[in-house]
Design a protein around this ligand. Structure first.
Ligand code: C2E
Ligand code: CA
Ligand code: CA
Length: 674
């Protein structure tokens, strides 16, 4: 979940930034292209209209020069001077050979005396463009077209001349040095032309510049507007992505994205974090008793109360209908537990008219271990995992509806691993007959004689040794495998009884536990009958034990099955009578044969008079309902004596015998006469 969400979140962030970048690039390219296009057409317009005539004049000078050279006319430089134009002639080595008639051979880059300049001027040549740039300072080494700052000091003199020559509406005059090939193409005549721009030209230029500026502004504003729109849209999407519909607060996505960030940045030896799964226990019932809208209102109140409870760099989110996720800082577990109790107390009174219950599961990030038992580094802690662990801890409380706090610990990881192992091996274990039937005898307290036994399962695993039922029966009950186990036990007990009867043992009834999960099968009584019949065992040797909790299910179906079982001649007993559930009602309705008093009656102070009164009255009650009474879990003699005095029919407990394998149990039965 977390990784997926992080990806989604990054996608939202990237998608809009991405489109902004694409738009920006597209618009920029467009703007650049338009600028270049406009610049080009303007430049060609200038060149065509303004420079062409000047170019012709300089070409004409080049022709004069070529003719004079050809005719060996020594008057050559006077002719050129008559043209009234400054010029330079360079030879094939790019050396200056003539400057306005004066022979001044010089380096291509160097100081030369130029007309119009008092001092020597630095000259260099742009070979590619064919222009020569006379200058006395860097700032005069002007741009591409060879324009020179007309207003600069060095050029003032020429400016005045040119200005005088200019027509009235001429606004700008600039010297432009134009290079023309001389005959042979190796030497060049570079003549000074004058570029003049009229008011109309300036206006056009201004209009063009204005248009370009407006266009650029439009593009920039569009880009900016678009970027703002994208940021707003992105913010809105992120807010939707992070907002819980029911409470208007933060949701699971927010918790994951920001929680992981906080864990990576701030979780260290000094700052420890606890991840909490907090469940509003009454939520469903509250919604049923009121409306879903009322339920949502309650969730809102709860969320706000949690939100005002948490501090800086802590988080809370509403993750699903009744669940909230919290990330809290803590120093030690006791302090954290006290704080959570305070929160639960506050939340339980969040509604004036109701008292709510909350269960919290807590995972401590400094107690996170990998599957090999190594401590996970802070930067590798996954919030998803921590929350899952916190939820698993909280699920341990879900048997009750009261408020409570449970901490996730390593034992829970072990439990989970064991659960997986059991589920993986159960079928193979059954096929390989790894399950063994143990028998725990039941004795008559008056006579000390064997009156019955209970069949109890053991798993003799080649890998794990002898496993007690408490380690696997609850798992089988949850995954449904218990029905196969019940069949297995009934078949084996029936077969054992038949074998003993055939061998001549004096057999007593053996009770077999049938899980409540099995009772939903409508033909359960027939199934049991068929299994016992298959072994050929008379029905009076098999007794069926039902736990008290089983009586809470479908009463009618239960009555039918019990009726059928009794009809087939099986005795039916109520197991664990008095352990937690009120079964007096069931006792009234169910025609049962045996009442098994729960072992809890015989724990603690054996001489407790109140306990004795309860046991004594329970026995009387059973007797009046024509039931036989079995006391379970009896370990001490005083209890045996007391129960004998009260008329208890049988005692099943360590005082007489623990559950034992078949071979040992055979020794407890009256052996066949030789
Ligand atoms: P249960 O049916 O109430 O079985 C009685 C349990 O109390 C047995 O534990 C037995 O060993 C124990 N016990 C008997 N006398 C004493 C005593 O004096 N002191 C103490 N401390 N304990 C005593 P076990 O065999 O561990 O079985 C535990 C539970 O597992 C059973 O409780 C029953 O609910 C379930 N179970 C055992 N075998 C099966 C079976 O074959 N099928 C089903 N469905 N459940 C079974
Ligand atoms: Ca039992
Ligand atoms: Ca029992």
């Amino acid at each position: 979940m977390s990784d997926k969400n992080q990806k989604k979140y990054r996608k939202i962030k990237r998608s809009h930034i991405g489109s902004s970048i694409i738009e920006f690039v597209l618009f920029s390219v467009l703007a650049a292209m338009m600028t270049v296009l406009a610049g080009r057409s303007f430049a060609s317009y200038i060149v065509d209209s303004k420079i062409a005539a000047e170019y012709d004049r300089i070409k004409y000078m080049a022709r004069i020069y070529d003719n004079s050279v050809r005719n060996k006319d020594n008057n050559i430089y006077n002719l050129l001077v008559e043209e009234g134009r400054d010029y330079i002639i360079t030879n094939s080595n790019n050396e200056l050979t003539h400057v306005n008639g004066i022979n001044t051979i010089s380096d291509a880059g160097g100081y030369v005396k130029l007309p119009g300049y008092d001092e020597k001027v630095f000259v260099y040549r742009d070979k590619e463009k064919g222009f020569i740039y006379p200058t006395t300072s860097e700032k005069l080494a002007v741009d591409y077209m060879g324009f020179r700052d007309w207003a600069s000091d060095e050029a003032n003199e020429e400016a005045t001349d040119l200005e005088a020559a200019a027509e009235d509406d001429t606004m700008i005059m600039l010297p432009v040095w134009i290079s023309v090939d001389l005959e042979g193409g190796n030497s060049h005549l570079i003549g000074k032309a004058v570029f003049s721009a009229s008011k109309r030209d300036i206006n056009m230029l201004m209009a063009l510049a204005g248009a370009m500026a407006v266009l650029t502004a439009i593009i920039l504003i569009t880009l900016l507007f678009n970027a703002i729109k994208n940021v707003v849209r992105q913010r809105r999407m992120i807010s939707v992505f992070f907002t819980d519909v029911a409470t208007d607060g933060h949701n699971w996505n927010y918790f994951m994205v920001n929680g992981n960030r906080i864990l990576k940045r701030s979780c260290n030896a000094r700052t420890k974090y606890a991840v909490v799964n907090l469940v509003f226990v009454n939520y469903r019932n509250y919604c049923v008793a009121h409306t879903i809208a009322d339920g949502d209102k309650a969730l809102c109140k709860i969320y706000n109360a949690i939100n005002s409870f948490i501090g800086r760099r802590e988080m809370c989110a509403h993750t699903s209908s009744s669940s909230f996720a919290l990330m809290l800082r803590y120093n030690n577990q006791n302090e954290l537990e006290a704080r959570l109790n305070k929160l639960i107390d506050k939340l339980s009174h969040v509604d004036e008219d109701h008292i709510f219950d909350f269960q919290a599961g807590v995972a401590l990030t400094d107690k996170t271990y990998d599957e090999h038992g190594n401590r996970i580094k802070n930067k590798d802690i996954s919030l998803d995992n921590e929350y899952n662990n916190a939820s698993a801890a909280r699920e341990n409380l879900s048997g009750s509806l009261d408020s409570g706090i449970a901490f996730f610990d390593d034992k829970m990881i072990e439990e989970q691993k064991w659960l997986d192992t059991v589920k993986e091996r159960q079928q193979a274990a059954l096929d390989n007959e790894e399950f063994k039937v143990y028998y725990q005898p039941k004795y008559d307290p008056q006579t000390g004689k064997l009156r019955g036994a209970e069949a109890l399962i053991r798993w003799n695993s080649p890998e794990f040794g002898l496993i007690p039922p408490g380690r696997f029966i609850p798992i089988f009950e949850k995954d449904g495998f218990i029905t196969s186990i019940d069949h297995y036990m009934i078949s084996h007990v029936a077969a054992d009884q038949k074998e003993w009867l055939d061998k001549g043992y004096k057999c007593v009834p053996v009770s077999v536990n049938v899980s409540r999960a099995h009772f939903i099968e409508s033909d359960l009584a027939e199934q049991i009958r068929d299994m016992v019949d298959k072994a050929g065992t008379p029905h009076e040797y098999i007794e069926i034990e039902l736990t008290e909790s089983a009586f809470f299910d479908d009463k009618k179906a239960m009555l039918t099955t019990i009726g059928k079982l009794k009809g087939y001649g099986f005795a039916v007993s109520m197991d664990d009578f008095g352990s937690g559930y009120s079964s007096l009602n069931s006792l009234k309705d169910m025609p049962l044969d045996v009442l098994k008093l729960d072992a809890e009656f015989f724990r603690g102070d054996t001489a407790d008079s109140r306990g004795q009164i309860v046991v004594s009255e329970a026995i009387k009650l059973g007797k009046q309902l024509n039931m036989r009474i079995v006391a379970e879990g009896v370990e001490v003699k005083e209890q045996v004596d007391f129960l004998a005095g009260e008329g208890c029919d049988m005692i099943q407990g360590y005082y007489f015998a623990k559950p034992m394998p078949k071979s040992d149990y055979e020794l407890k039965m009256d052996a066949p006469e030789e």
